[in-house]
Write a protein that binds this ligand. Structure first.
Ligand SMILES: NC(=O)c1ccc[n+]([C@@H]2O[C@H](COP(=O)([O-])OP(=O)(O)OC[C@H]3O[C@@H](n4cnc5c(N)ncnc54)[C@H](OP(=O)(O)O)[C@@H]3O)[C@@H](O)[C@H]2O)c1
Length: 279
């Protein structure tokens, strides 16, 4: 099954399109001629990208500035799409951020809850808003951006790993439910991608290096992540893990029991630790 063909009344909604992986996915969908609805908080960035993509690819690009962690602005998105006279046939649930870099008992409670709202609640809300119409029309595709972080618990990033585990499990189950309805659901599970995400996350590992620099050979560009995502969507894949090194590492890691993996991860992720002094 391939992505629905672009038409004048249908659109792809991309959350977190103001930066990183989301901007690159928006660019690839514009190249293919899809009308876009770009969502994030930073209106100026959305407008700049909308102008650029509509000029370069001749497509219609709408923007909605909304904080997806807040139910009221988020809840207005379906109504706004209707006012624009559009139907969402491609939904990219990409917006997200990570807490971490400290033990959960020292984490800021409000920020942990905000992470659940943006990374999990918004994905569920937007899927609930647009999947029923896709199934009814027998056409549509959803991409939920999870992470390899969701493939095992991660000490010092407990909330983020759990949020992405939710997204992964949710997406895989619905992928199976809607098979045969003309709709595909794909989870993108990247390892480290070179975006602003890491400044926001601030995960310093025990080596003193930021996480994305501490695992050699796995860092990819946002353009690489986006192109794997759109190719995976086109093939209607269940899970896409971009990049061979991280794919191989995650496959091997499945066979290591938690009783061995968790202590090793705890030592690796322990913030600011000196590896010489670790137990
Ligand atoms: N970078 C990585 O290594 C990596 C690896 C695996 C998975 N991921 C996942 O990939 C997705 C994209 O991350 P990225 O790497 O591209 O990071 P990024 O460059 O920091 O982009 C994050 C995007 O999410 C949006 N966003 C954050 N909070 C939001 C909110 N409350 N409401 C609306 N939009 C919000 C941001 O827009 P505004 O700030 O303008 O609102 C921005 O467009 C995330 O779900 C992340 O968890 C990233």
């Amino acid at each position: 099954m391939s992505l629905p063909k672009p038409t004048s009344s249908t659109a792809a909604l991309v959350t977190g399109a103001s930066a990183g992986i989301g901007s690159e996915i928006a660019r690839l969908l514009a190249q293919r001629g899809h009308t876009l609805v770009l969502v994030a908080r930073r209106k100026d960035r959305l407008t700049a990208l909308a102008d650029e993509l509509s000029e370069e690819y001749g497509v219609r690009v709408e923007t909605i500035a909304a904080d997806l962690g807040k139910p009221t602005p988020r809840g207005k998105i379906p109504g706004r799409i209707e006012e624009l006279g559009l139907q969402i046939e491609i939904l990219i649930n990409n917006a997200g951020f990570a807490t971490g870099g400290e033990p959960f008992h020292e984490a800021e409670p409000d920020r942990e809850l905000e992470q659940v709202r943006v990374d999990v609640e918004a994905v569920v809300a937007l899927t609930s808003a647009f999947l029923p119409g896709m199934v009814k029309r027998g056409r549509g595709a959803i991409l939920n951006v999870a992470s390899t972080a969701g493939m095992q618990p991660i000490p010092y990033s407990a909330g983020y790993a759990a949020a992405k585990a939710y997204v992964l499990s949710f997406s895989e189950a619905i992928h199976q439910e809607v098979r045969g309805h003309g709709v595909t659901v794909t989870a993108l599970a990247p390892g480290p991608v070179e975006t602003d995400f890491w400044q926001i996350a601030g995960w310093e590992t025990s080596s003193g290096k930021s996480f994305e620099r501490a695992v050699p050979g796995t860092l990819i560009s946002p353009a690489q992540a986006a192109s794997a995502a759109v190719e995976g969507l086109d093939r209607g894949e269940r899970v896409v893990v971009p990049g061979l090194p991280i794919r191989a590492a995650m496959l091997a890691s499945r066979y290591i029991p938690h009783m061995l993996k968790l202590p090793a991860l705890e030592r690796f992720m322990r913030p600011g630790g000196n590896p010489e002094n670790l137990d």
